[in-house]
Design a protein around this ligand. Sequence first.
Ligand code: SAM
Length: 431
Amino acid sequence: MDSIFSPPLHRQRHQFVIDFVKRNKPKKVVDLGCSECSLLQKLKFHREIELLVGVDIDGANIKKKMHGLAPMSTDYLQPSYDQLRIELYQGSVTQEDARLRGFDLVTSIELIEHLTLADVKRFSEVVFGYMTPVAVIVSTPNSEFNPLFPRPAGFRHSDHKFEWTRAEFKSWALKVCLEYGYEVEFTGVGQAPPGQQERVGFCSQIGVFHWLGGRQECNMLFGDDAEDVFSYTLLYSINYPSLHDNNILQRVLVSEVLYWAEKMKRNWIEERTGERDDTYTLCPAEGEGEECLRASERHMEMEDKQTVYLTAACGAEMKNPGEHQESELFWTNGEGQQESCKLRRCVSVPLAVLWSCCPKLSALSGSLSNLRHVLMDNPEVKLSQDGSAVLLNDQEQDLEEEEEDHDDLEDSGYAVCSHGAEPEEDWEKNV
Ligand code: SAM
């Protein structure tokens, strides 16, 4: 049936809801009779929604595709401040459940015609009388359109208990409005052929209900004395990653810091060895990047002349901070004994430079001291003793060490081969 419309009728119904969501920006939305969650799949991209719920009496139907509602890898890699929780319940719209009260939008797309008339009355009581959402969208087949289908008379689906004319739908909707304090607009999707629209109406008729009381009065309805009923079974729930979650914010900050610090370090090393690509810029904003780069270079040079060569034993008191080469240095351990150790050279990237160069870092952390605070507790980031700079291992030294390791291996008489490669057989000799 859908194929006679372009786009197909079910898509037009869903698009109608999406357009409503775009205009009205509801935060809490529940789709009743969500079936295989196809409308929810589309709504999850509208991140003004913070709570998205699906309900269907048929739990098996929900389970078929519910995992498609899980966050995608990009949601984890680039989380935003938006918060989204999705919940799916198995339950009947004829029963009350306190978790569905006080929503901004309830959708019931091609559901009511699957209920007996007694259950439609119950549906009205539950949705409009108990859940009392700010808005409700109800779609149902318009039986006046049916003669236009090239098929035998009868309902559009074997499970339909009725199909209403426009007048029947209007009569039910106006009664609901009167009883529960709503107003309704009638519309639809699935246009009739030219010249017939007025006579037969839309293929799917739609009522858009608005509560006359408004959201604040609606919330006041749910006093403490309201008895909480939980008749639905939770089948699935998921929280989307959000920067409001401190763990996620911390993870994003750390990876941004390490990324930018590494980038600055590499640039600085290349500059010193004359390998720097002149087109390299550190910051996304034009002009600002070069400025930041120069600032960081100056700062790193300065650090270099002082104590760029910090230690693996951070926290120990250095006795010989002026030493510039990798060498044996001495410091006292906690018990006052002198110990020696080969120190690694480190590049020190000042947090202030990172903070001012990377707009994302400053936006996410709010202040330099917040940023320092987050990094201090994180084992992936090494900070200088006063917490003012990120310390990174000197790449040149890492490379030198790699080469040394390589030489050691060759000296040992073992051939170097790539990981997991089989030793080559000299098979030609056997031919
Ligand atoms: N709303 C879906 C969409 O737009 O893709 C399609 C709905 S489908 C035609 C009707 C759905 O209503 C079925 O999944 C059925 O299981 C569900 N249903 C029937 N009676 C119900 C009830 N009493 N409570 C909740 N869901 C019900």
